[in-house]
Write a protein that binds this ligand. Structure first.
Ligand code: PHE
Length: 479
């Protein structure tokens, strides 16, 4: 059977941007930037996006388009041995497990959207609201809706499903985001937030901030999850991979910046004297506990109905972003089953979806509802829930490892000249350019080294409670 394809470069760009733009850009980025020096963090993040992440992104897309395979197929075909095949497995299992974790969060967002629309903003703003909701039976209704929608999109295939959904959702998302930024900037004291976001404070930058910024950039661009290999396998030969990659990176960064201009001004208009320590520590805390309070406070100006409208608008925006990311991550195992087992899309979706739903339900029950799931293991000095375990293992630990293995694979197994040939295909002017040399050099040298450091540091920190970077940076007298 002929492989499905995106109909154009733009179709691919929107699909890949749909994958990249998610909760990471909209929520995690502003939270991190606010804690870690505002524009100082932004500058470092942008450097990571273009100098470290972009080469990895181009490598993934090229590998996909060259092999016309899912990650397992790509590693198997070029790797030609069992070790690389195992790495291939890792890059299919990782998106599957991160997909479980991302599904749970998307379900929460859907729930908040539904509740805000039904006039229950006051419940969401209640400090106990989040805990009550994530442990309610209602959650499973939202899970059915999210899974149903995701399947509906994926069932349509590459052109009529993924591409069609993202070409509607992504432009809508951009317009909504800009509208919301404009609205928030008109609020009293909003400029304090803008100032806070745009004035750099480099004293906040230390080894852990650098580590966090890179991990965030990686996750945010959907790297090392096999997504861009899979989407890459649907790009036409005459499309320009390099400019598409730059575009996706730029869009993702742009959305992150806009989101900073949304969330921080909102926080400062809510309370002009707000202390950074009062802003929530995590993105989950920010989106599900802090923001609903801010939305509710708008009722003094625009009434309860107006406040609920703004809240619904925001959650709809985040929901669109999360859906397009969820779709991309589930497509990886779907494509792997279709390619590997020769199953139809529908059959692949059903078999995989079943397993995914079971795991998502187990995760959803691990927030206190079922005791042993809520404390399934203990390491690094903390008891961990099933949900936290998936997060630590796959997002924190295996993601940088996958990135590292991908760089080594592309440069030393597949070889530079093949990567070059693929990037030049559809883009003849790229041959001999600075970027071409940079991509080759960086992927074979310092990028894998950086990823190896992150991997080792994460393992030591999470599982052994020992942070190598903190020790190292204090040793050299930096922070
Ligand atoms: N890039 C997404 C974000 O920023 C993260 C993601 C995408 C996660 C796809 C999983 C799958 O939120």
């Amino acid at each position: 059977m002929k492989r499905e394809q995106f109909s154009s470069s733009l179709g691919f760009i929107l699909a890949a941007a749909g994958s990249a733009v998610g909760i990471g850009n909209l929520v995690a980025f502003p939270v991190m930037a606010s804690k870690n020096g505002g524009a100082a963090f932004l500058i470092i993040y942008a450097i990571f996006v273009f100098f470290v992440c972009l080469p990895v992104m181009l490598a993934e897309m090229s590998l996909g388009r060259h092999t016309r395979q899912n990650p397992l197929g790509a590693y198997t075909e070029i790797g030609q041995n069992r070790a690389w095949r195992t790495v291939g497995w890792l890059s299919v299992i990782t998106p599957f497990m991160i997909g479980v974790f991302y599904l749970v969060i998307t379900v929460w967002i859907a729930g908040y959207l539904g509740k805000a629309m039904m006039g229950q903003l006051d419940l969401l703003a209640d400090p106990a609201g989040f805990d009550v909701f994530i442990n309610s039976n209602e959650l499973f209704v939202y899970m059915a809706i999210v899974v149903g929608l995701t399947f509906l999109i994926l069932q349509g295939g590459v052109k009529k499903g993924i591409e069609k959904a993202t070409t509607v959702l992504m432009p809508t998302l951009f317009v909504m985001l800009i509208a919301l930024v404009v609205y928030v900037l008109t609020l009293d004291n909003a400029m304090l937030g803008v100032k806070f976001f745009l004035v750099p404070d480099f004293s906040k930058i230390n080894g852990n901030v650098l580590n966090g910024a890179l991990a965030q950039a990686f996750f945010s661009l959907s790297l090392a999850m096999g997504i861009l290999i899979t989407y890459g396998s649907y790009i036409q030969k005459n499309n320009n991979i390099v400019s598409a990659g730059k575009m996706v990176a730029a869009l993702s960064l742009l959305v992150a910046c806009c989101s900073g201009l949304l969330i921080l001004p909102a926080a400062f208009s809510f309370n002009p004297d707000i202390e950074i320590s009062e802003l929530s520590e995590s993105s989950i805390g920010m989106i599900f506990m802090f923001l609903p309070k801010i939305f509710l406070a708008l009722q003094a100006d625009i009434g309860y109905f107006g406040a609920s409208f703004i809240a619904s608008f925001f959650f709809l925006l985040v929901f669109f972003a999360a859906m397009t990311s969820l779709v991309s991550i589930i497509e990886v195992p779907v494509a792997s089953i279709m390619d590997g087992k020769g199953l139809s899309r529908r059959k692949a979706l059903y078999s995989l979806g079943g397993a995914m739903i079971v795991l998502a339900m187990i995760s959803a029950l691990s927030f206190g509802r079922v005791d042993w799931l809520s404390n399934i293991l203990s390491y690094g000095g903390n008891p961990k829930s099933f949900f936290a375990l998936i997060y630590d293992m796959f997002y924190e630990t295996i993601l940088p490892l996958n990135g590292l293995l991908l760089c080594l694979f592309v440069i030393y197994r597949w070889k530079k000249q093949n990567l070059d040939a693929e990037m030049i295909e559809g883009n003849p002017g790229f041959a001999g350019s600075f970027l071409q040399k940079y991509v080759n050099f960086s992927l074979g040298t310092f990028i894998p080294v950086i990823l190896a450091i992150i991997f080792v540091n994460t393992v030591l920190t999470i599982y052994f409670g020992y942070n190598m970077l903190t020790v190292f940076f204090s040793y050299i007298g930096f922070n």
